[in-house]
Design a protein around this ligand. Structure first.
Ligand code: PHE
Length: 460
């Protein structure tokens, strides 16, 4: 491990927390509600739970194994795996998979930074609102924000700057330390709000909407959306988990860590559903608001419950730090590639990738205002970026990871990394995981991508 790499995370514990936080942030709070809304509720939720366990969990383990085995960032680990396998002559293919993953992390960071900018803005509103008696956190705030392109570009640039500073090390220890107390606090706050939200008149229809599946609502696009969302929320397919795996302690239990991460992710998403949808069904005027759904619902909830602005500050502060942790992991993925494979210094790599991310982010930042009329396949630019990454790029990389780890990685290496001789059930878990990663995961993902292609061809 080069010294530059070792400096990436100040403690292993810190990286563990960052990995957890990335399974705990905008994917659950921002993306889950509007994607559930777009896919009409319960059948999507049920499929999401199943796919998290059947596709997400085996892939998290596979990415961790990649990192633990080769102790490198994603492209390095993939090409090393290629070199050691019987498909060694095709090294370029392995490197290209890594490049797609890197490109996804840059594109994802671009629109993630825009939404993180929204969170930052709400945090500031609540913070300043505490000193103003006439402050009412209603949905005008989000409407004003998304129609203001300059403000969004400014907020996005502030967010990328903070992320860049953190990645080039100066803030990292602070982010790690704050995550330690923040995540339990955040979960506690969410549970508290769920209890209050369930007392709203819209609670019963909301519970029905979330948990009473109507399978006739499933269409050809549902499987693709579910798989894409699982990959997004568990941070699979961009090499961030591989990076985590490369710092993991030799004796740590991969399956237990991965299992905890997936269960936590499912739990948070369900809580968030129970938090947001009672408000949606009570107020009924901002259904269909797409990516801004959470930003309409939360202020409405805080108002309705008569909660003070302090709750708003606490909530958006927790969410902002979680979004920052994810952004750090995303930027880290491409930065560590430049450091590992192209001999950049950490500082230079951060500057280059930060700048590229910012330039790309200008497009989604302007997508709801100046570039409002620019639609690609019927989507605004922000949603186009999201669809491109989540429904196409991540599934392609994820399918390659499952095939690579499943078929090309040496059996004895996998057993050595996975099976704990002191635990009798470990062998059994291993063989089930092998079966899923070799046969079920790639088949389901390829099916999802195929339905995507058919849907796409029908639309054009
Ligand atoms: N999983 C993160 C979320 O839920 C997003 C993310 C993806 C973060 C990939 C890092 C890497 O918000």
């Amino acid at each position: 491990m080069s010294p530059q790499r070792q400096a990436a995370w100040s403690t292993r514990y810190g990286f563990y927390l960052v990995a957890l936080a990335s399974a705990f942030s905008l994917g659950n709070l921002w993306r889950f509600p509007f994607i559930v809304d777009a896919n009409k509720g319960a059948s999507f939720v049920l499929l999401y739970i199943i796919c998290s366990l059947v596709i997400g969990l085996p892939l998290v383990i596979a990415e961790m194994i990649l990192g633990k085995a080769y102790k490198q960032s994603f492209i390095g680990a993939m090409s090393e795996l290629g070199r050691q396998s019987k498909f060694a002559q095709k090294t370029q293919v392995w490197i290209w998979i890594g490049r797609i993953a890197n490109a996804s992390s840059v594109l994802l960071l671009a629109y993630y930074a825009v939404v993180s900018g929204w969170v930052l803005y709400f945090l500031m509103q609540y913070l300043f609102g505490m000193f103003r008696t006439d402050f009412t956190g209603n949905h005008k705030i989000i409407n004003n924000l998304i129609s203001n392109g300059g403000l969004q570009v400014a907020l996005t640039s502030v967010h990328i700057l903070i992320t860049g500073i953190a990645v080039s090390k100066r803030l990292k220890v602070g982010v790690e330390k704050s995550l330690g107390w923040l995540m339990p606090l955040f979960l506690g706050l969410i549970v508290f709000l769920v209890i209050r939200s369930l007392k709203l008149p819209g609670a019963i229809p909301a519970v029905r909407f979330l948990f009473y599946p109507n399978f006739s609502q499933i269409d050809s696009g549902t499987l693709t959306s579910v798989i894409g969302h699982v990959l997004f929320t568990l941070s699979i397919g961009m090499g961030t988990i591989t990076a985590y795996g490369s710092y993991i302690r030799e004796d740590s239990n991969l399956t237990a860590i991965s299992f905890r991460m997936v269960i936590l992710d499912i739990m948070t998403s369900l809580f968030v559903g129970l938090l947001i949808f009672p408000v949606v069904f009570t107020v009924e005027k901002f259904g269909d608001s797409g990516p801004s759904l959470m930003f309409h619902a939360l202020p409405e909830l805080f108002n309705k419950l008569g909660l003070s602005d302090i709750v708003g500050v606490a909530f958006f502060l927790c969410l902002y730090i979680a979004a920052l942790a994810s952004s750090i992991a995303l930027l880290e993925a491409s930065v560590s590639n430049l450091v590992d494979r192209h001999n950049y210094t950490r500082k230079k790599a951060t500057q280059v990738m930060g700048l590229i991310s910012f330039v790309v982010a200008i497009l989604p930042a302007l997508s709801s205002n100046m570039l409002e009329d620019l639609k690609i396949a019927g989507n605004s630019l922000l949603l186009f970026f999201d669809t491109l990454v989540v429904n196409w790029m991540l599934p392609i990389v994820a399918a390659c990871i499952s095939l690579a780890v499943g078929f090309a990685m040496k059996e004895d290496l996998k057993i050595k990394l996975f099976v704990d001789p002191n635990q009798f059930e470990s062998k059994l878990i291993f063989s089930n995981w092998q079966f899923l990663i070799k046969w079920i995961v790639p088949v389901l993902i390829i099916l999802g991508v195929a339905t995507n292609i058919v849907g796409f061809l029908k639309r054009i």
